[in-house]
Design a protein around this ligand. Structure first.
Ligand SMILES: [Ca+2]
Ligand SMILES: [Ca+2]
Length: 257
């Protein structure tokens, strides 16, 4: 059995005006017959705990739970399970899933369960969450034939900063037009995921990246709502290779997005 929880202190301060996406690539043991396979990763209040029984301390987790031998995902947002799994097609081994945290309106935070690769898509949208208790990021795994995670990453970006230059200003209008015309091409040109661009570009917070976001960005900038001053450098923090052999390594790096 791999009965493990691991976490690290929240590496960034969750601040208004930013979008946070925590993600990991999941792998499964295809031979597993453990129908109770359990895994989740995301934001937690305190360090997540699993005692080997049926008790999981996931508190106010804002997390996603890829299943071990079932081709399905569950999201556990703000400590509450959704009653239904998301059906995921066969071949999910190696897919990258995540949780996206952002404000849908000032002071009102929501979370989406997302798939980043190979498909950039929102699995569930706009679940209200309470960010006040969040203190760590991490994972819980419990299974007789465990899945494991790789590329555990937290990305942050400014809402509206489509060109990822750490400012929200008029240059993001042209960037947004390009991104709306061809999201994949634009994301490739910025060496970013399509979801990172669409998350940054979802200025009106409706969970979709569309022409209405362009109008919203124009309105925000017209109202002086841009951020032309220097802002804290976004950070990418990687928690590498949360493996199934108890090998747990944390690594953090900072890089400009
Ligand atoms: Ca920008
Ligand atoms: Ca939108």
């Amino acid at each position: 059995m791999f009965l493990q929880a691991a976490s690290m202190p929240l590496p960034v301060t969750i601040t208004s005006g930013s979008v946070y996406t925590i993600s990991a690539t999941t792998f499964y043991d295809a031979a597993s017959s453990d129908d109770l396979g359990y895994m989740m990763f995301g934001f937690f209040d305190n360090a997540p705990v699993y005692d080997g029984s049926t008790t999981f301390d996931h508190g106010n987790a804002i997390a996603i739970g890829p299943r071990n031998n079932r081709n399905a995902l569950a999201n556990i947002l703000d400590g509450h399970y959704l009653s239904s799994d998301f059906n995921a097609p066969d071949g999910t081994n190696g897919n990258t899933y995540g949780v996206r945290l952002y404000e849908s309106s000032p002071g009102f935070w929501v979370a989406d369960a997302v798939e980043l690769a190979p498909h950039a898509q929102v699995l569930s949208s706009q679940t209200p969450v309470n960010i006040a208790p969040l203190a760590t990021i991490g994972m819980i795994s419990a299974s007789t034939s465990p899945p494991f995670l790789d590329n555990f990453t937290l990305e942050s970006s400014l809402h509206g900063d489509v060109n990822l230059d750490n400012h929200v200003d008029a240059r993001d209008i042209a960037a947004m037009e390009s991104a709306l015309a061809n999201l994949t091409a634009y994301a490739n040109s910025k060496s970013a995921s399509t979801l990172q661009i669409s998350s940054a570009g979802d200025v009106n917070g409706d969970g979709k990246f569309t022409n209405s976001d362009l109008q919203k960005l124009l309105n925000v900038l017209k109202a002086g709502g841009g951020s032309t001053n220097a802002v804290p450098e976004p950070s990418t923090l990687a928690l590498l290779t949360l493996g199934c052999f108890g090998l747990i390594a944390f690594a953090a790096k900072r890089q400009a997005l």
